[in-house]
Design a protein around this ligand. Structure first.
Ligand code: PAF
Length: 279
């Protein structure tokens, strides 16, 4: 695997490959890689010729400086993992390579960035779109792969790609779960044994709600889900919503086209998100 720390080196390497007609697949990450990330690399390998992964803990998407400070950065084991799945290129820049000092700009994302996660984490999606735009500009991939776990992130990036008419196809890849159902996340390693056990209630509640779907109206289903998860030991529920799967506007029984349940909860200091498609 080739490792680059600067945009210039990466762009030069990729331009040679692009001249040969090879298709570039891109998997942007913040490192602390787990099976979920590796499944994205595997999918990218199946669908494109050269796979580039980036590892960059993007400061502008952290609204809480403590969260940024605590974010794990196990670069040596990340490199081993990427090599184990035959990733072709790793881009691992420092912050000054990606941002100039006091850089300030924002995209109009039609308010999609202000809902749900955006409400809990002001500025988060402006930070995400800033870095993803910069990364897309330098990698210029044919396809970019993102996990369904960050469902809203996918929609926000899709919005940016459409608005800026970027030539990249976005691929949403299924959530990868631990054997007991917990969605894989770089944050899971911060959970104590007790918190890890309590966290299972998140996916259990989502599955229970999916089973109940159709047996009561959406308003009641949401209330029951909130009550069930809110009462689970060690869980502080931030939000649980049933939304239209494209706009993320609260779903009603009158417009059930594509429905998704999205949830965020805290276990101690660790914040987890998860979701499930109802249809
Ligand atoms: O999903 C992530 O890991 C990050 O939000 C991303 C897309 C790599 C941007 O920093």
């Amino acid at each position: 695997m080739k490792i680059f720390n600067t945009k210039a080196e990466l762009e030069q390497h990729l331009s040679v490959l692009k001249h040969k007609g090879l298709r570039i697949g891109f998997v942007p990450t913040m490192g602390a890689l787990h099976q979920g990330h590796l499944s994205l690399i595997n999918l990218a390998k199946q669908q494109t010729d050269v796979v580039v992964c980036s590892i960059f803990v993007n400061p502008t998407q952290f609204n809480d400086p403590k969260d940024l400070e605590l974010y794990p950065k196990p670069i040596a084991s990340d490199i081993e993992k990427l090599e184990s799945v035959d990733c072709d290129v790793l881009f691992n820049p420092v912050t000054s390579e990606m941002y100039s000092e006091n850089e300030q700009w924002a995209l109009d994302l039609d308010g999609l960035d202000l809902l749900l996660e955006g409400e809990q984490r002001p500025g988060h999606y402006q930070g995400v779109t800033q870095i993803v735009k910069k990364l897309f500009d330098c990698v210029q991939p044919q396809k970019a792969f993102f996990g369904q776990k960050d469902y809203q992130q996918f929609l926000v990036i899709e919005k940016m790609v459409k608005k800026l008419a970027m030539k990249v196809e976005l691929v949403m890849c299924p959530i990868v779960r631990e054997a007991d159902g917990l969605a894989m996340s770089s944050r899971n390693i911060r959970l104590s044994a007790e918190e890890r056990k309590n966290a299972l209630a998140i996916y259990q509640t989502l599955c229970w709600m999916k089973d109940q779907f159709g047996h009561c109206d959406l308003h009641e289903l949401k209330a029951l889900g909130r009550e069930k998860l809110g009462k689970s030991p060690g869980i502080v529920l931030e939000y649980l919503e049933i939304c239209d799967g494209d706009s993320l506007i609260e779903a009603t029984d009158q417009n059930p086209q594509k429905l998704v349940i999205l949830v965020a909860a805290k276990l101690g200091k660790t914040r987890l998100i998860d979701n499930i498609l109802l249809k």
